[in-house]
Write a protein that binds this ligand. Sequence first.
Ligand code: HGY
Ligand code: MN
Ligand code: MN
Ligand code: MN
Length: 411
Amino acid sequence: MSPSSGIDATRFLHRLRTLAAIGRDDQGRRTRLAASDADRAGRDAVAGWMREAGLAVEIDWIGNLIGLWCPAGAQGAPVMMGSHIDTVIDAGAYDGCAGVLAGIGVVEALRDAGEIPARPLAVAAFTNEEGVRYAPDMLGSLVYAGGLPPEEALATVGTDGTRLGEELARIGYAGPQAPGFLVPHAYVELHVEQGPVLEREGIAIGAVETLQGISWQEVVIEGTANHAGTTPMSLRQDAGVAAAGLVTWLRERARRGNGRSVATIGRLRLEPDAINVIPGRAVLTVDLRDPDADALARLEADVAARLQEIARAEGVAVSVRRLARFDPVTFDPGLVRAIEAAAGARGLSTRRMTSGAGHDAQMMARLCPAAMIFVPSRDGISHNPREFTADADLVAGADVLLDVVRRIAAG
Ligand code: HGY
Ligand code: MN
Ligand code: MN
Ligand code: MN
């Protein structure tokens, strides 16, 4: 197999489709929430493919699945690839999975070609990247990178009242208290873009140089449940109206900023959720993002001020719980250049870009040089079963990952 050859596309794509079929919820939606039975099924499949590739599989204390290939002669800190296989609710087939399976394919391509890297190679499937069941997101890679004590992470209580540590133990993925901690030589993650840029510009490969800041909060608004028929409008403490006062304001505020802020209220629950009861309580989540740290801080401050304004105007009490807060990240310029060079050598168009989504790479960047390879998303859709990336684009991304690893694992 000449070095210009790539990964085994058929095997890579077959595994991607196999993984895509794992984990349907009771409404038939593709959902593999962290540490769920569906996540276990996905993990079992990926651990099997890691072993098939000759990787020694370890589970660390936050349940990260780490495959290590240390061929005779390879030495020093490993070059790590990876991503995640947990999903959001009603997810697409590619988010995270492409990066994990491409990493396994890279190891197999080198092994099958008899190309022994000077360094060991590792492939990671990090726990709870999505953060839908347990906040914050990127929890497994955050712990791996030393950003959160494992015992604190394991004690995290999910949206369903379960504890992450207990659920990992229940599905058989609670690792040793002191894993074979690996500080990689470098970390490279392949991921679908999940946005519209590459497709709109007809570019094959994104060399991701920065990743925007993220702020997640849970807001609880306490009003007074009351009779919908007998309570005059002037005497209401309506938590639903208070919540609505944030929703429409937030969209305008995000638009008014630097034009790059984004803000999302992804969850909104009114209680007691009855047609003839004025909502006494509203529970909602606020997801704020901006590539600029100061702009993100201003956005957070404006949301806090708006909530105080609403509390006064509606006679409700507001409490806020922070769920995640990560500053913008700049990836390793040398790795970004290596991605551009590898894409160029394959005749693939490339451009530098910022990631709008959070990724495990942003946590690994705390530990070692890290960067990301993006491939186009059709219509920019993600976190949606309509998520799609063409086979040729996925394979091109995996081949670029292979060539980057060839370069940086050469010692
Ligand atoms: O929310 C995110 O950007 C990531 O997918 N967890
Ligand atoms: Mn992802
Ligand atoms: Mn995602
Ligand atoms: Mn992500």
